[in-house]
Write a protein that binds this ligand. Structure first.
Ligand SMILES: *[C@@H]1O[C@H](CO)[C@@H](O)[C@H](O)[C@H]1NC(C)=O
Ligand SMILES: *[C@@H]1O[C@H](CO)[C@@H](O)[C@H](O)[C@H]1NC(C)=O
Ligand SMILES: *[C@@H]1O[C@H](CO)[C@@H](O)[C@H](O)[C@H]1NC(C)=O
Length: 469
């Protein structure tokens, strides 16, 4: 008994020691690094906010540093669609970039619910060593229309809120922030000296020697008439047929997420004064489809819409679609786009004998945010062990779909992702095994249906004859 208690005590002491060690190492990791120079460029020209951050970091302690932590205020973290990082290698002329892994992480005592991402360095930094990192992060739904309602003749104004100082767990020696605005029309902005506005650029800084977690809220009120095209839900169904075709069907629930339209819509005014009337509305959307598409259609609840134009070359096809009415703030449009693609452009065989689909993730419409994207890959009947390779986290599940002539049903691999932006348009793969004998399933079904029909006819005729006799 006494022995077991002492062992327990020893265990506790050990746990305590480990905990203390972890706390110390975590604490030291944030003052192990200092940022020598930070430059942030915030692009506000569309409704998707892109932030380019260049950080020159230095390890100021003897322990090697293998990661750099980025901090985001909670309000921003909720709208973060993507964080990417790369390291610059080599000097000016021979500069090249390597991709670095970025993962969500936690730090103890995070002030005000700060969220963190950790960038893994290729080679740990030793004492006094520096590295230059380039970070891209993208924010959606971060421009708030104000006024929230506008009439047809008004232009759209929005608020953008951030901090003049980059939120960081590290000491920042020098930093500057540039905001690129879509037009020269900026109603107001918070000043945190030195602050300068010229042309389409608002400059905050340079600021020297700011301690960790320095924060200085700023609000910019600016004009932004770019189309706030948001697809609340997009379902893309990719149906593979080993008989040579891939059929794509895309269901869109599109909304104009800008300032709500107020008053009545005048089509006469809209058409006669296009540069003054409904400047924040949009009429056309551009969908970028693979080359060699065929049988393209575009329809809504009412029926086919013929006002679409398809331009194709050997690299890509562009489909310009025009909803039945221009979209103003708060207005919605629900439609379906469908097209066929040659199988040999997207289906391949991997070295281990599996088949795989190599297709592109994301939404084909230009400059759109997708709140919820679902991709359903419908595999041919008889396919087994599907697995997806997507370069970012997505939710996955399996379903079964039955269509005519199916015996056991088709396996459907479902991929789901929230908050999707154009940067998510990257190739992904779906691997599966397939026994060629299943290719015969459909013809055999057809043949046996005909055969049964034939037998039935024969029996009928035979009966008929025998009665007459
Ligand atoms: C955290 O909250 C305090 C008080 O509520 C505030 O003064 C400070 O600026 C906040 N810091 C950040 C980084 O939001
Ligand atoms: C719509 O277009 C598709 C493809 O061109 C065609 O197959 C379909 O019959 C059309 N539907 C109607 C209702 O016109
Ligand atoms: C998928 O296709 C892209 C081009 O569309 C190509 O660069 C990539 O190597 C392909 N991936 C695989 C695994 O075949």
């Amino acid at each position: 008994m006494a022995r077991s208690i002492s062992m327990e005590a020893a265990g506790l002491t050990l746990a305590f020691l480990i905990l203390t060690f972890l706390t110390i190492s975590a604490a030291s990791s944030t003052n192990q690094i200092q940022i020598l120079n930070a430059e942030r460029r915030i692009d506000l020209s569309s409704h998707i906010v892109k932030v380019f951050l260049t950080l020159k970091v230095e390890n100021v302690m003897t322990a090697p540093a293998s990661e750099i932590v980025l901090a985001f205020p909670p309000a921003q973290a909720d709208h973060l669609a993507l964080v990417k990082a790369q390291a610059a290698i080599g000097k000016k002329k021979k500069k090249s970039y390597v991709h670095l892994d970025v993962n969500p992480t936690e730090l103890p005592d995070a002030p005000n619910g700060t969220k963190y991402f950790s960038i893994s360095l290729l080679n740990p930094l030793s004492l006094g060593e520096t590295a230059t990192l380039e970070v891209l992060y993208i924010l959606t739904h971060s421009l708030k229309p104000f006024p929230a309602e506008i009439s047809q003749s008004e232009s759209q104004l929005v608020y953008f809120r951030d901090s003049a100082l980059i939120l960081s767990p590290y000491h920042v020696k020098q930093q500057t922030t540039f905001l690129k605005t879509p037009s020269t029309k900026v109603e107001s902005f918070t000043r945190v000296e030195p602050t300068k506005f010229a042309g389409r650029e608002l400059k905050y800084g340079p600021y020297e020697d700011r301690p960790p977690y320095s924060f200085s809220p700023v609000t910019v009120h600016l004009e932004n008439n770019s189309p706030f095209a948001v697809v609340e839900e997009l379902l893309r169904e990719v149906e593979i047929s080993h008989w040579g075709n891939i059929q794509i069907t895309e269901h869109y629930k599109l909304v104009h997420a800008g300032a709500r339209h107020k008053g009545v819509f005048s089509r006469v005014e809209y058409q006669s004064r296009p540069s003054f009337s409904g400047t924040s509305s949009f009429k056309h959307l551009l969908a970028s489809l693979p080359p060699r598409v065929h049988s393209v259609y575009y329809r809504d609840d009412i029926g086919n819409i013929s006002s679409s134009h398809l331009r194709s070359d050997y690299r890509k096809s562009e489909l310009e679609i025009e909803p039945r009415y221009p979209l103003f703030g708060g207005w919605k449009a629900t439609f379906v786009i469908g097209y066929g693609l040659p199988l040999e452009d997207f289906l391949f065989e991997s070295p281990d004998g599996k088949r795989y689909l190599n297709f592109s993730f994301g939404c084909p419409l230009a400059e759109t945010v997708v709140d919820k994207l679902t991709i359903k890959v419908v595999l041919p009947e008889g396919s087994k062990d599907p697995s997806a390779a997507v370069p970012f986290p997505v939710e996955q599940r399996l379903e079964t779909k039955y269509s005519y002539l199916d015996v056991v049903g088709r396996t459907v691999l479902v991929l789901e992702k929230k908050n999707v932006v154009p940067e998510h348009i990257t190739p992904f793969q779906v691997y599966y095994t397939f026994k060629p004998i299943f290719m015969l399933a459909e013809p055999l079904m057809l043949a046996s249906v005909f055969f049964l029909f034939f037998v039935a006819c024969l029996a009928y005729l035979h009966n008929d004859l025998s009665i007459r006799k």
